[in-house]
Design a protein around this ligand. Sequence first.
Ligand code: 6PG
Length: 509
Amino acid sequence: MPVAAQPCDIGFVGAGVMGKNLIMNLVDNGFRVIAFDLDQSKLEALQAQDDAERGDSPPRVLTCNSYTDLLASLSAPHLIVVSVPAGSPVDDVCHKLVDAGLQADDIVVDTGNSLWTDTQRRETEYEGQFILFSTAVSGGEVGARFGPSLMPSGDPYAWTRIKPMWEAIAAKVDPDTGKPIERKAPGEVVAKGEPCAAYIGPSGSGHYVKMVHNGIEYADMQLICEAYQVMRDALAMSASEIAAVFRRWNEGLLNSYLIEISAEVLDTVDAETGAPLVEMILDKAGQKGTGLWTAVSSLELGCPAPTIAEAVYARSISTLKDQRVKAASLLAGPDFDKPSAEQRDSLIDQLHDALYCAKICAYAQGFDLMRTAAKEQGWTLNYGEIAKIWRAGCIIRAVFLQSIADAYERNEELENLLLDQYFAEQISSNQRNWRKAVANASLWGVPVAALSSALSYYDAYRTAVLPANLLQGQRDYFGAHAFERVDKPRGKKYHVEWSDPARPMTRLK
Ligand code: 6PG
C-alpha cells in the first residue's frame, strides 16, 4: 500500500546514523524520501528529527513498515538506497527487496563501507533481478547531514538517475580557492560550488577508492599521533600546549580536518576528573577493517604502501596494552638525554616538516595503489577528480588535496606523486628536518613507525640501485630462482651453480 499520496523520489532501507543523516540532507534539498527500517525506534527518531527541524512546514520524511510499502511508495523504476552495515546485512536486504517485487530495471544503491570485491560479486549475482549500484560515503555523521564526499560506481544508467540527488547533497568546494563551502545548519542548502561527488567507474571501483581513502586516513591519523607522542614524551609538552601547536600548523601547509579535530580533542577537559580528556582515554585503538583491506590489497598487488600498513600495525600494537605495561618495566630504552626546553621550538619545526613530508608519501602510496589496481581491473580512474572530491566532506579533507589535483592536471599519466615537480621540491626543501625528527625520535626511544616508514619509502623510491641484487643472489643460491643481469636484456634469466668452484652460469630459456 503506498504510504505517500504521490510517489517519492527515493527510498531508504536503514535509518541508522548514516541513513538518517543522508535522508535529512536529501529532504533539505527538496527530495521526497520514504524510509524503512526493521527497527521501529530508528524510524521514530528520524521522524522526531524532522519534527524538530521543519518548524511549521508539513512533515518532509515519510516512513513505512515493510519492503512492499516502500516499493509501492516509489515510481518505477524504483530507486532505493541501502544504508546498513557492510557484509551480509547488505545481501539480506537485497534478497528481501527481490522478494518484495524488485524488477530488473530497479536500482539498489549500497552506501556502506562494503569490501569492493563484494560489490563486484553482488553486481554479477543480482544481474537480471535489479541493478546493483554503489556509492561509498565519507564524512561520518556530520558529513552525511551537511555534505559528504561521495564515490559512486557501477552501472552508468543508474548514475544518471541518482546524480542530481548526490550532487545536491554532496559537500561543495569553492572552485576559486579549492576550499570547502561551509554548511552547518539544518534547512541550509549550498547551490553553488563544485560538488564532491563524481562517478568513479565500473562496479567495485568506488568502494576500492573509498577503501584507499580510509587507508590514507589511517596513515594520516597515525602520523599526527606520532607527532603528538614525540611532543608529549620527548618534549614534555602538555595536551593544551600540543593543541596550540596543532592549531598553528592548521594555519599552513598541514591545514586539514584531522589536524583541526586533533587540536580540539587535545583541548577538551574531562568533566569527571578535570584532567585533559585525551589522557583519560585508554590507548587501545579500534578498527573496522578498511585500513587492513588497503594494506592487504597493497601486498597482493605488490604495490608498496608501507606507511598505511604501519598505521594498521600501530593500531594492532596499541591493543597489546597489558603486554606493553609489563614490557615497560622490563625492556630498557636508550639513555640519550631528552631535549632541553630551549630546543623545543626548533624540534617542533622539525616535526612539522616530518609530518608534511610523510603525509606526501602516504598519499603517494594511496594514489599509486589506486593506479595499480585500476591497471589490473581495467578501470580508467580520474585521479585529479578523485583528489577534488576529497577536498571537502570527507575525513581526509585538506587544502593539500588541491595540490594533488593540480599535479594530475599537469600530468594525467603521473606514475607517482613523488615524481611531480611540486611535490619533489616540497620534500627536497623539507627533508632535512624530516630526517632529524625521525633520527631524534629513535635516539629518544619514541616509536615513529609511520614517519620513519615514509622516509624509508622515499629513500627506497629514489635509490637507483637497491640491495635486491644480493637478495636475488641469495634466492638463486638456495633455490635456483634465477636472476636478470644488468648487462643483458631484461627478461633473460640466469642461474649460477654456486656450489661448483668454477661457478658456471647458465642462461635459462
Ligand atoms: C569516513 C570514515 C568512516 C569510518 C571508518 C573508520 O570516511 O567517513 O572513514 O568510513 O569512520 O570506517 O573506521 P575505523 O573504525 O576502521 O577507524
